[in-house]
Design a protein around this ligand. Sequence first.
Ligand SMILES: [Zn+2]
Ligand SMILES: [Zn+2]
Length: 278
Amino acid sequence: MKLIKRDGHTHTHFCLHGSGEEAEAFVVKAIAEGFEEYSFTEHIPLPAGVTNSYPQEIRETFTIIDDDLDPYMREMERLQKKYRDRIKLNIGLEVDYLPNDLSFVKEILREYGPYLQDSLLSVHFLYTTEGYKCVDFSPEDFQEKLLPLYGTYEEVQLEYYRTIQEALAADLGPYKPRRIGHLNLCNKFQHALNPQGSLSEEVKVEIRKVLGLLKEKGVGLDVNMAGLFKEHCRETYPSPWIIQEARELGIPLVYGSDAHSVEDVGRGYDTFRKLVLE
Ligand SMILES: [Zn+2]
Ligand SMILES: [Zn+2]
C-alpha cells in the first residue's frame, strides 16, 4: 500500500506569531516537497481572559489576525480550489482546549465545524488557581508562572496529561477534532528544566491513560516535528517511546511540521518516516 505523503499540522499568515509569509507560499513549497495532502490548522482566536497574565505586545502574538476567522476560511477555500489538481488541501483549525471556556470553544466549532475537513485539539494552557498559564512560551515563563503553582516540573507534567484526558472526554459537539496536537508539549523545555530527563512512573501512567483513551475513542496523534528544532526540547512531540507505544496500539499517527514559516514545511519528515513508517 502506498502511503500518502501528508502534513496534518501547519500555520499561515493569519497567525501573528508566524513568519507573515503567505499561506500560498507554504502550499507551493509543500507541492515541491512531494506532499499530496496538506492541512491548514490555524489557531482559534482566544477569549480575552486567557492571556491576561501576559503583557499586551505578547498577548497579541497569541492570536490570529482576524478574530472572526472568516477571512481565513475564505482564503483557504480559494487556495483549495486553485491547487485542487496538484494537492489535496484541507481546511482546519488547531483548537485549544480551554477548560474554563468550553462554551466559547464549542461555539467556534458549531459555527465553523461544517466547513472543516481536518482539525487538531491541543493543550497550550493549563487552567490554574490563578487562571490560564501557557506551557510552551519560554523556560523563564514556565519557571515563573507554573512551577510556583504546582511545586515541581513533575507535577506540571501530571497536570498536563490529566488535562489532555479531560480534553478527550469533553463534549465539544459533533465537530470535535479527531487528533491531539503535540501530545507532550509540556516537555518542550526539558533540557532547561529537567536536565536529567527523568520521567517518573506516575507520569508514564498518565501518558498511558491518554493512549488508552485515544485507542478507545479512535482519536489520532499529531507526530509533531517542531520540538526537534527547539533548543530545549530536541525531540519530537510525542517522544519516540510514546510514538512506539502508540504504534503498537494502532493509534493513527499523522506527520505534522507545525510550520510557522515556509522554511519549516516538510521539516523532519525523514524522522517521521523512521519513527512511524519503518
Ligand atoms: Zn500548538
Ligand atoms: Zn500548531
